[in-house]
Design a protein around this ligand. Structure first.
Ligand code: ZN
Length: 369
């Protein structure tokens, strides 16, 4: 008797826990949206929409809003309300959005009734399933982090002569990769994950071949004058100021020194004509935006001197067919900055700032898609 009771309750339970299947009218495999019961109402975690429709989701706590972008259309939800706005229309989900453990839950009715109504040309509710057009996914999913130098190329050498740029930037990149993958749902590839020499061309080639959406080169600076300090972020273009040219010359020197002298430099200069024009023009604005996000987040968080967002003609950024920037995280040639750059606490500040810069850029970028 007890057994039967358990079986019946399992059966009833499975009826209540009615997950929602999304079928695509293409070769894409169906997605299952898991639902949970909250106060006897069926809800689902809003991030399921990202899985099923590549939706970009962001919350605006100041305005108490949740923004969801599906098929390039913006839906605005009011937190703790059952209403959502699409263009000039309002829709009532009957039950309000719920916030629980830092996650947002929408009533299942949004999927079964509201969404097919809004996108009546793209989806419909048929035989207990949502049948939908497969979403286009142009969101940022793959990021290449490029720790500068490595192997026979030490990069900048610290004021104390003890610390090398190639070591500091590798540590930063490894930590940043972990944070990005854990908290931003992206795949992060490293141009090098150990102390090895990788040519500048190989670095962008790897990013292109892996269809990376962002390329972020991480460096530490050096200057003849040990008083010089601060953070700057570069994006690609012909160098504009003498200062920028000096940094450019220093970072590009690797080609002359370690990749085969004048011949190698010639090869990169040719590459500049063929590829860089196309690559940089297409993504100039985005690269600048990404650079600006990173720079403001970095100086705000670290309180380092703000050297600004600059343009320079780095070989390593040439030929990358995606928004790309080069971060100079501080001057190893400056006594104080070198001391900070090797501590876990300052590195954590740098990581948090770069993470935030990427996250803000991704939110903005994904919503425009
Ligand atoms: Zn460097």
């Amino acid at each position: 008797m007890k057994k039967i009771f358990i079986l019946i309750s399992l059966f009833v339970f499975s009826l209540i826990q009615a997950d929602i299947t999304v079928d695509y009218n293409s070769s894409m495999a169906p997605e299952i949206i898991t639902t949970t019961e909250i106060d006897s109402i069926e809800y689902f975690n809003v991030f399921e929409l990202n899985k099923a429709f590549k939706a970009a989701i962001s919350d605006d706590l100041l305005d108490q809003r949740l923004n969801i972008n599906i098929y390039g259309e913006q839906l605005i939800f009011l937190i703790d309300s059952s209403y959502l706005q699409y263009r000039s229309d309002y829709y009532n989900m009957t039950h309000e959005i719920i916030q629980q453990d830092g996650k947002y839950y929408l009533p299942a009715r949004f999927l079964t009734v509201i969404l097919p109504r809004i996108f009546d040309n793209r989806m419909s509710w048929k035989a207990g399933k949502l049948v939908a057009t497969a979403p286009m996914d142009n969101s940022i999913k793959r990021i290449v982090l490029d720790p500068g130098h490595g192997g026979k190329d030490p990069g900048a050498i610290g004021y104390s002569r003890k610390h090398l740029e190639k070591e500091v930037v590798l540590e930063l990149a490894l930590k940043l990769k972990k944070k990005l993958e854990q908290q931003l749902d992206v795949i992060v590839l490293l141009s090098r994950d150990k102390d090895e020499f990788v040519s500048l061309q190989q670095r962008t080639k790897m990013a292109n071949e892996n269809n990376a959406d962002l390329f972020i080169s991480i460096h530490c600076n050096a200057h003849r004058n040990s008083k010089v300090n601060g953070i700057e972020v570069y994006y690609l273009s012909t160098a504009k100021t003498d200062e920028a040219r000096a940094v450019e010359a220093m970072e590009n020197q690797v080609v002359y020194e370690y990749e085969g002298g004048k011949e190698a430099v010639k090869k990169y200069d040719n590459l500049a004509f063929i590829l860089a024009d196309m690559a940089q023009n297409e993504h100039l604005e985005e690269s600048y935006d990404l650079g600006a996000n990173l720079q403001s987040s970095l100086v705000h968080n670290t309180e380092a001197y703000d050297r600004g967002v600059k343009q320079a003609n780095f070989y390593v950024l040439r030929g990358a067919f995606m928004p790309s920037v080069l971060i100079e995280c501080g001057f190893l040639s400056n006594k104080e900055e070198e001391k900070k750059l090797i501590t876990n606490s300052y590195q954590a500040k740098l990581i948090d700032s770069i993470f935030k810069g990427i996250k803000d850029f991704k939110m903005k970028y994904d919503q425009m898609q």
